[in-house]
Design a protein around this ligand. Structure first.
Ligand code: PGA
Length: 262
């Protein structure tokens, strides 16, 4: 595992975008696993900027990690009323790059048959040749995607109940945008499993800010446990890169945190 520590969020985001761009240059038809949340927004801005300078997404295939269950892109509502990850991805990146619509895969939060959908999602990833690079954040409860504490480390794409901490962490966005009451926000999500993520050829995990410092240290240096599903990075067999800002890295052991500050 390579841990890269950058001064701040902007530098972290630039570094992450450079990794993604390098892969696209090397393999124009690469399969990228995309993530949502506040963490990758800077990376997506940088990728949009790179696209304006010529970075070509026309053959890139995208698979998103997860989606709330029970919501989807609702075209009858203004964008800001809609907290679906469909909306997020289109608004934060896909609308501004030349990725083909048919190459975008985001779990369907409105599917009537989630079990069948999840099976098909796994099959679609396989059919695309597997994920070359999976982008990841880390939740306040240590989750990767919506693999909450207790999720099996060999889990596959499925419906998962959101933890209390995830509901607390994500509630503000729902409340701010649409005045959702806490009980009305989705309590379930469709998520790739940890096993699905571990099948990727490389992973790029990002975290920034002091509020992530403790859980980052647990995931990277604590025991591998399904109570902190991001700790699965320690058993990842491919190339694992972690890019942190100094704040998120501040509780790592001395040796790690002094490795690669730039
Ligand atoms: P965040 O979420 O980027 O909004 O902190 C990360 C996650 O839940 O994986």
């Amino acid at each position: 595992m390579d841990i890269i520590i950058k001064k701040d969020y902007e530098q972290m985001s630039k570094c992450a975008a450079e990794y993604v761009a390098a892969l696209i240059h090397k393999k124009p038809n690469c399969v990228i696993g995309f993530a949502t949340g506040s963490t990758p927004i800077g990376t997506y801005r940088e990728l949009i900027r790179m696209h304006k300078e010529g970075l070509d997404f026309s053959n890139v295939i995208a698979f998103n990690l997860d989606e709330y269950y029970g919501i989807g892109m609702d075209l009858s509502k203004p964008y800001a009323m809609d907290q679906s990850y469909q909306r997020f991805m289109h608004e934060e990146i896909f609308n501004y790059i030349n990725i083909k619509k048919e190459n975008i895969h985001i779990p369907d939060g409105l599917t009537k048959n989630p079990e069948e959908f999840c099976k098909e999602y796994e099959e679609a990833i396989k059919k695309a040749g597997g994920i070359d690079l999976q982008l990841l954040g880390i939740g306040g409860d240590g989750h990767w995607a919506f693999n909450e504490p207790g999720a099996s480390l060999d889990s596959r794409t499925r419906i998962e109940k959101l933890s209390k901490q995830t509901l607390d962490d994500n509630y503000e966005a729902f409340y701010k945008s649409a005045g959702f009451l806490r009980d009305d926000m989705p309590h379930y999500a469709i998520t790739m499993g940890i096993g699905t993520i571990l099948d990727a050829r490389s992973v790029l995990m990002l975290a920034n800010g002091y509020k992530k410092a403790k859980i980052v240290a647990k995931a990277l240096e604590g025991p591998v446990t399904n109570q902190v599903t991001a700790s699965a990075i320690q058993i990842f067999k491919g190339e694992a890169i972690v890019i942190l800002d100094e704040a998120a890295a501040s509780m790592l052991s001395e040796a790690k945190s002094s490795t690669s500050v730039s």
